[in-house]
Design a protein around this ligand. Structure first.
Ligand SMILES: Nc1ncnc2c1ncn2[C@@H]1O[C@H](COP(=O)(O)OP(=O)(O)OP(=O)(O)O)[C@@H](O)[C@H]1O
Ligand SMILES: [Mg+2]
Length: 283
């Protein structure tokens, strides 16, 4: 029985390090605040919660995370294709690690599935060093976004209360669910006037997803519209660093807490189920 338990323990350890820490940030509509969310979420997880974070700018062809981090964009994902080791292109800024993307439409056409596979393979090598790997993607879904979603286990969908953003968020969820059978979506409603507007927006999405797809959505958090974020962006700063008292900053911290709590519950449940199994088979 001890052998069986230690085997299962190993399995859980493997499962929790390889699966549950990849978070892909996606949206239906563009410009809803994914990149700002991703960078500030990474910053807060690292600096307020002491987590080891790797942020990946996977908005292939339109990368812009480097603007927030004041990092040299010439060291980026593309270098992997010429055989550079992943360690040499990782940036270390503001307490977390970042793998930058690249810009330029001509480069997108050079990228094939093989290239995406190269990225995923390289990531597998280093991901065990991190508590979370946060992946910022471009709007909508294409093969590249899908590849990152497939490699991760959590999809955070960002929307705003705008009807078009909400419609596109639903369409994205529907596509991902229909194509990949994904059914664990975490929703963040951004640019809300107040908490009530965020809740109303989430409920509309939740009701449609339940009624037409039969899936339960989970609200991760509500982020308010704030001019401080615009100021921070203009000055190439992170709002969470520059304006620690802004409600946006506090809401990001609340989302981090919720994520960490979910992670804990998940592994606790997993353990409990496994020990139940061991108990039953040993008796
Ligand atoms: N909570 C907010 N309050 C005020 N403005 C915001 C907020 N969130 C985002 N914005 C504004 O929206 C702009 C776009 O945000 P961001 O670049 O994060 O969106 P995105 O979803 O990553 O866009 P894309 O689809 O182009 O990648 C920001 O530059 C900022 O001006
Ligand atoms: Mg973006």
């Amino acid at each position: 029985m001890m052998d069986q338990a230690s085997g299962l323990r190993e399995l859980v350890a493997k499962n929790s390090t390889t699966n549950s820490k990849f978070i892909t940030i996606a949206s239906g509509k563009g410009g809803v605040g994914k990149t700002n969310f991703a960078v500030n979420f990474a910053y807060t997880m690292a600096n307020s919660f002491g987590k080891k974070i790797l942020l990946i700018d996977a908005d292939i062809g339109m990368a812009n995370v480097h603007l927030f981090l004041d990092a040299d964009p010439s060291k980026n994902i593309k270098n992997l294709f010429s055989g550079e080791p992943i360690e040499s292109i990782i940036h270390h800024t503001y307490g977390f690690d970042t793998l930058l993307g690249f810009s330029g439409i001509e480069d997108i056409f050079e990228m094939e599935d093989v290239s995406i596979q190269t990225i995923v393979n390289e990531l597998e090598k280093i991901s065990s060093r991190y508590d979370y790997v946060i992946i910022d993607t471009g709007a909508g879904i294409d093969q590249k976004v899908a590849a990152f979603l497939r490699a991760s286990h959590k999809a955070y969908i960002i929307t705003t209360p705008e009807p078009t953003a909400l419609m596109d968020a639903y369409a994205l969820i529907k596509s991902i669910y229909n194509i990949y059978g994904y059914n664990s979506f975490k929703i963040v409603v951004n640019m809300c006037k107040n908490k009530e507007e965020g809740e109303l927006t989430f409920n509309k999405l939740k009701v449609s997803a339940k009624k037409f797809l039969g899936i339960d959505l989970e609200l991760m958090g509500i982020l308010l519209y704030t001019n401080n974020l615009r100021h921070a962006v203009k000055n190439k700063e992170l709002i969470c660093m520059r304006y620690p008292k802004d409600p946006y900053t506090q809401n990001i911290a609340a989302i981090c807490k919720k994520e960490l709590q979910l992670q804990e519950d998940r592994s606790e449940n997993f353990w409990r189920r496994l020990f139940d199994m061991v108990g039953k088979s040993g008796s």
